[in-house]
Write a new protein. Structure first.
Length: 143
């Protein structure tokens, strides 16, 4: 058995990601590993060709970060365990999850099959699909 088994669970606070979280918690318990819950705040940089009103980008990032931190704090209250870490980062969700998995030596990524539908996802495709295609480690996609 792998020592220090690391599970990375992508969270967007949708129902599908909550199901993925339940599966990730079961894996953490089974392997007595470390679970990292990661939420990636999508960057508007990928939508650079759109003209946003002045100040919109800053206000968007401030509001979405506040919302994300509030949701993550709720999860911290529900799941109190020293072997669970909580991360919020910015960027392209699929690419940031893959990058984090490589840098941290993650053994398995757990994600929901469908997340919160954003304009980003509608334009650039499914995050789960990208992670499946690009990840070097096993990926568990939960319906």
């Amino acid at each position: 058995m792998v020592r220090d088994y690391k599970i990375l669970c992508g969270i967007d606070f949708s129902e599908h990601s909550k199901r993925a979280l339940r599966e990730a918690l079961l894996l953490r318990e089974k392997f007595d590993g470390t679970l990292i819950l990661i939420h990636v705040v999508p960057s508007l940089d990928r939508l650079g060709e759109f003209n946003f009103p002045m100040g919109f980008r800053e206000e968007y990032e401030k509001q979405i970060l506040y919302h994300s931190q509030s949701k993550m704090d709720e999860l911290k209250q529900e799941i109190k365990n020293e072997k669970i870490k909580f991360e919020i980062i910015h960027g392209d969700p699929a690419l940031e999850i893959i990058k984090y998995a490589k840098e941290e030596g993650i053994n398995v990524i757990v994600i929901g099959s469908h997340g919160a539908k954003s304009i980003h996802e509608r334009i650039f495709g499914s995050i789960a699909e990208k992670i499946l295609k690009l990840s070097d480690c096993p990926v568990l996609v939960v319906k």
